[in-house]
Design a protein around this ligand. Sequence first.
Ligand SMILES: [Zn+2]
Length: 424
Amino acid sequence: MKNVLSFIAAILIASAASAQYRPRPDAFPPVEEDNAAKAITMATTPAQMANWDRYPTYSTYVTMMQQWATDYPTLCRLDTIGTSVNGRLILSMELTANPSDTTLREFFYSSTIHGDEVTGYVMMLRLIDTLLRGYGTNPQYTTLMNTTLICINPLANPDGTYRYSNNTVQGARRYNANNVDLNRNYPNPFSTAKEPLQQENQAMINYFNRHRFRLSANLHGGSEVMNYPWDSFTSLQNPHPDAAWWQAVCHRFVDTSHTYNANHFNDVYEADNGVVAGGDWYVITGGRQDYFNYYYNCLELTMEISSDKTLSSNQLPTYWNFLQHPLVNYIGEIHSLPGDTILDTNLAITATATKPALVVYPNPATTTLHLSAAPATIDIYDIQGRLQQTLPQGTTTVDVSRMPAGIYILRCSGTNSKFIVRRQ
Ligand SMILES: [Zn+2]
């Protein structure tokens, strides 16, 4: 995985004098990780999850969720978000000690929208168990569950995770059963979806309609970085209105993790100490993060929590050791929004985030670059500032098939956009 990334990064660096980007492992075309070589041990009963060093079979997972709801009826309830294409359950555990309090702030964790990125799956299960066991004895957990509705969806793409069998995550894959990348499939305010909205995502949208989530995170693997919105733009094109708040929250997460293990959240070149604005790493559209930020005023973050998409089972406790405290603290950040006045202001600002004058996609491009609008004359410069071509007014597509690989600047009406040309 890392070798592949290094190779791609080397191509980009070789092709441009000052390459600043390398492909994000989640990006198109995605890098599939063969987990056949991983030492994966499955738990066929909940009891075998006792040391949290195995992956659960599908039935073990469902049984664990049902058992918690049975064992802790005053602290949690199990809800079904929906079903996958192949009929597997998409579940959410809803934890609070005050279920009748309608003023609670609502928080959401979701993991493994990419079926092979399974570290977060086990971390979320262990988080549910930890919060339930710790209520009444651990002051932090107790306060959180007294003041917050904490909803946790450990597995958003069960058909991808249990691709071949309910009994193993070996061979798990990124896509759902329709071969669609669910994190490129959400409606995007600034581009058109390529495929019909998948039922896993429609179910998630319906679930958001039943709640009023104000903070959430979507857990991935393949890198270790806190990726805050937007993914659809670089921060130069359109910074998130809450970028400063995001940076503070993300740095608190990474700094806390580093007090337990300093060897993580170090693998993304573009990041500032493990924190990056999504589009500055790599622009994507159709991601869940931007959808819920833009349409639902829910501050959602993409957490990439393990460089390996599928960890060998015996590494899972090591990851829990440096992730458990920041994962719990992040829930509490819903209360770091400094008061309802600021919260409302914050949401108002987010809701009116404006569409930038010009968005280019796909980025990187190999054959054709599309422009979101057909504004005035556009000049394209190479990274050394040399004018390459001038496009007439009204142009919305650019043939880049004969342009050398590298980074280019597209200048229009005084604003600059970057794009990358990649050769296969
Ligand atoms: Zn992912």
